[in-house]
Write a protein that binds this ligand. Structure first.
Ligand SMILES: [Zn+2]
Length: 712
């Protein structure tokens, strides 16, 4: 993941820093004694975490917003005729103080937070949203950008500058800057209604999910769960002041407990709770909300000059059009559903062998597939973990692969201040010894850390600003007792490679303009470098180098390695089918035109799945329309396909490496030069095709998911 946790911080990335002294201090509390007041004097301008106190963030953020508005207004009011230099380049140099404060603030609120920091975050979030509106809806500023954009063909700009002009202009237009005043008023009205309905959806879904919990008075209904799981169910009932046992619902259609619950009636009841949670005709029913939301989004797209919401959203993505995303997904369907059907047959065989006497239903899938998994792939975590000691995986696996590919080297630095003692800092150098970046890793789980894993930047790279990257990885790996080794699972190993792939994208950034640098790319591209880097975890020369027993140093037995490899293909037909079905639903809802009537969600959903050949009785979509939080409550509308799109890219890219000799410096350097260092400085589709020698193909992804062989 890439700082998805911080929609808040992502906003701040729109404009990056410049080296200047603050011109305004809106808050009396903000002055030279604040550690954000001036650029850091530490190596790589690393944040002085030893000097930053919790109370320093808010005054710095507020002063940073005030300063940026003054800087931006000065550009808008410049009496000189608009030029690329005095408008676009000038904008790239604004907001330095805000960026400095927000980068450090994002790091601590995500990974080491406390009530004061949370309070500041809640208070500043709406102010930051308004701040960026004030910039992107500033008519004088937009007029200057538009004037430069109009002359773009006569300006003889270099490629990156031209890209900056196009991306900036496009961002203003997408925000509605080019609309008439009457249309701006209409846009504001639509935005407000959409935002209100989206919040209403989230509230209903939260209530519906809570109300949808499965309750049992008798323990026998929960047969198959472990003692700990049953105790947790009793605890959940108690906290709701109910007798008996409660199993709360998870977001997805399938519920994890269905893999262990042996009473079929319980499984069916839980599945029904999940599937119909938001469709009971009560106050938590979301169906009217989502059909109205789809209609309003289509109307907004029309106002902004697009045929539908998806076209508006995808214009600045790698896929560019909903048609391209749909074509890609259509290509996945036959292989995914055929594999899912074979998996379903295997499961039916198990049911029949046990004289079950029934036909497989969605609520049976995980229970019986778990039995298939045990027979076919059983992988004992306890057997595997001694071969994956955290520091060994990091230095002899993650770093080693990067050294083989890109020639970079790592040296631990104990003198750089950190926000928590668990963090390690490495200085990263190029093959010629020149400094490249600082890399922080913060791997251990803490109660005051958000869940999951992510990468973010403390300092962004820019030649214009003279900055080198400072990036960090965060994860939630179990912290061992003092003196014990940190032994992790293969999933955790993969997470480390994944996040380090994002880190490489940030560290190799070699661009002029900060807003085009590093990971500041489209949502359907940004997971490509990270997912691509995961492939090296199982690459024999890398795997053999790090997968050694922590006590004896012996390599992992071949039989165990084979099991890890084989397990990668398990249940992939089901997993891919449920994902594609959800992504197709998302795209079908968001390609409705403004003139389409209000849809009835159930009929619409059935028709959409039928049309895309995804209406399978045993494989329901990962999210049903009425509880699809990503697209109605989150920022993923018309964007759920992006996960799959990035997977196509990473498998296709890895295929290129396999075809060209694998893990070599020549291959790594070429990839770094043509892709990883380029940020968003070129059209992403063109950048990829130039490196790959052709457009991306979906075939390697099908192969990697095990959808191209006859058996499992
Ligand atoms: Zn990621």
């Amino acid at each position: 993941m890439l700082n998805h946790t911080f929609a808040f911080l992502a906003l701040a990335v729109i404009t990056l820093c410049a080296i200047s002294v603050p011109v305004a201090a809106a808050d009396a509390k903000f002055g030279p004694s604040n550690p954000f007041y001036a650029p850091s004097t530490l190596p790589f301008q690393a944040p002085p975490f030893d000097k930053i106190k919790d109370e320093d963030y808010q005054p710095a953020i507020e002063a940073g917003m005030a300063e940026e508005l003054i800087e931006v207004q000065a550009i808008a009011d410049n009496p000189a005729a608009p030029t690329f230099e005095n408008t676009l380049v000038a904008m790239e140099k604004t907001g330095l103080l805000l960026q400095r404060a927000m980068a450090a603030f994002g790091a601590v609120t995500g990974a080491d937070t406390n009530p004061l920091l949370q309070k500041v975050r809640t208070e500043e979030a709406p102010k930051l949203a308004a701040h960026y509106d004030a910039i992107y809806l500033n008519p004088r500023l937009f007029a200057r950008v538009a004037a430069v954009y109009k002359q773009r063909d006569s300006l003889q700009l270099d490629g990156e500058s031209r890209r900056l002009l196009e991306v900036s202009y496009d961002r203003f237009v997408r925000s509605g800057a080019s609309l008439s005043d009457a249309d701006k008023t209409e846009l504001k009205k639509l935005n407000e209604e959409i935002s209100t309905l989206s919040t209403a959806f989230s509230t209903k879904l939260l209530d519906a999910t809570k109300a949808g919990a499965y309750a049992a008075s008798d323990k026998s209904a929960l047969a198959g769960l472990s003692d700990a799981q049953i105790a947790a169910a009793a605890q959940a009932a108690q906290s709701r002041k109910q007798a008996g046992y409660v199993l709360p619902l998870q977001n997805t259609t399938q519920q994890p407990d269905l893999a262990s619950l042996s009473v079929r009636a319980t499984r069916e009841a839980i599945f029904e709770k999940s599937w119909n949670r938001t469709e009971r005709g009560d106050a938590n029913d979301t169906r009217d909300t989502i059909s109205r939301l789809a209609q309003l989004r289509a109307q907004r797209a029309q106002l902004l000059g697009f045929p539908n919401h998806a076209a508006w959203k995808l214009g600045d993505q790698m896929a560019k059009t909903p048609e391209a995303a749909l074509k890609f997904m259509d290509a996945l369907v036959p292989g995914a559903t055929a594999k899912a059907e074979r998996e379903g047959k295997d499961i039916q065989d198990v049911i029949d062998a046990q004289k079950g006497g029934f036909t497989l239903q969605p609520w049976d899938w995980n229970f019986y597939s778990e039995q298939v998994r045990k027979v076919k792939y059983d992988l004992d975590e306890a057997q595997v973990k001694p071969y994956f000691e955290l520091n060994h995986v990091l230095e002899n696996g993650v770093f080693y692969a990067a050294t083989q590919l890109y020639g970079i080297t790592f040296k631990e630095r104990k003198d750089i201040p950190v926000y928590h003692p668990d963090i390690r800092v490495f200085e990263v150098s190029n093959a010629d010894g020149k400094p490249l970046a600082l890399f922080y890793c913060d791997y251990f789980k803490r109660d005051n850390k958000n869940g999951g894993a992510w990468m973010d930047s403390l300092v962004g790279q820019s030649k214009l600003l003279g900055t080198l990257p400072v990036v960090f990885n965060v994860a939630n790996l179990p912290k061992p007792a003092a003196g014990e080794p940190a032994l992790i699972s293969f999933t955790d190993v993969t997470t480390m490679f994944h996040e380090f792939g994002h880190a490489l994208h940030g560290m190799f950034a070699n661009t002029e303009y900060p807003s085009l640098s590093g990971t500041a790319t489209a949502a359907d591209f940004v997971e490509f470098p990270s997912q691509f880097n995961e492939h090296w975890a199982l690459y024999p020369a890398v795997f053999d180098h790090y997968a050694k027993h922590y006590k004896t140093g012996t390599p992992m037995p071949a039989e165990l390695v084979a099991k890890i490899r084989k397990a990668e293909n398990f249940n992939q037909g089901y997993k891919l089918t449920e994902l594609v079905a959800a992504a197709e639903l998302d795209m079908q809802w968001h390609t409705l035109s403004a003139s389409a009537p209000l849809q009835k969600p159930d009929a619409f959903e059935k028709q959409a799945l039928e049309k895309t050949h995804l209406l399978l009785s045993t494989v329901p979509p990962r999210y049903r329309s009425s509880y699809f939080a990503h697209i109605w409550g989150g920022g993923y509308s018309a964007g759920y396909y992006a996960y799959l799109w990035a997977e196509m890219l990473d498998d296709d890219a890895y295929q290129w490496f396999e075809d060209n000799g694998g893990l070599t410096r020549a291959n790594g350097d070429r990839f770094r030069q043509m892709v990883l260092s380029r940020g968003n400085t070129e059209d992403l589709g063109k950048m990829y095709a130039a490196w790959r020698g052709r457009e991306p193909s979906v075939e390697p992804m099908m192969k990697d998911r095990g959808l191209r062989d006859s058996g499992q």
